[in-house]
Write a protein that binds this ligand. Structure first.
Ligand code: FES
Length: 126
């Protein structure tokens, strides 16, 4: 699909004119436990191999937004502050450029190897 999208763009066609259907991605890397730090909550948690980042954050008490839980809507996207390792983007919401920039991650489906530092949407009342 990415090859078709590149060829489409190289032909000068508008991205919005390309119609396609997406399916879930099992990622480039095998699922394994990784660490996520959330400085705003003073948290460092381990995301087990059989648990999503979104569920691990929820279990740790970090409020998140989500809808589809399939990597399609982008509502769960969180800001990445630092990556010590590699992000395995498994969503179809973020663009290839956004994935390469590693500044956001869709917490419902995407994972990491190593340690991620994320920001949450939480802001203390003034
Ligand atoms: S909840 Fe929709 S992309 Fe994560």
């Amino acid at each position: 699909l990415e090859a078709v999208q590149r060829a489409w763009a190289a032909a000068g066609r508008a991205a919005a004119d390309l119609r396609f259907e997406t399916f879930g991605s099992s990622g480039r890397l095998a699922a394994q436990a990784f660490t996520v730090r959330v400085p705003r909550h003073d948290l460092a948690i381990t995301v087990p191999a059989d648990c999503s980042l979104l569920d691990a954050l929820d279990a740790a008490g970090v409020q998140t937004l989500w809808d589809c839980r399939r990597g399609e809507c982008g509502l769960c996207a969180m800001d990445v502050l630092a990556v010590d390792g590699e992000i395995d983007h498994r969503d179809v919401f973020l663009s290839a450029h956004e994935k390469q920039a590693t500044t956001r991650i869709c917490a419902c489906v995407s994972r990491a190897v190593g340690t991620l530092t994320l920001d949450s949407a939480y802001r203390a009342d003034a």
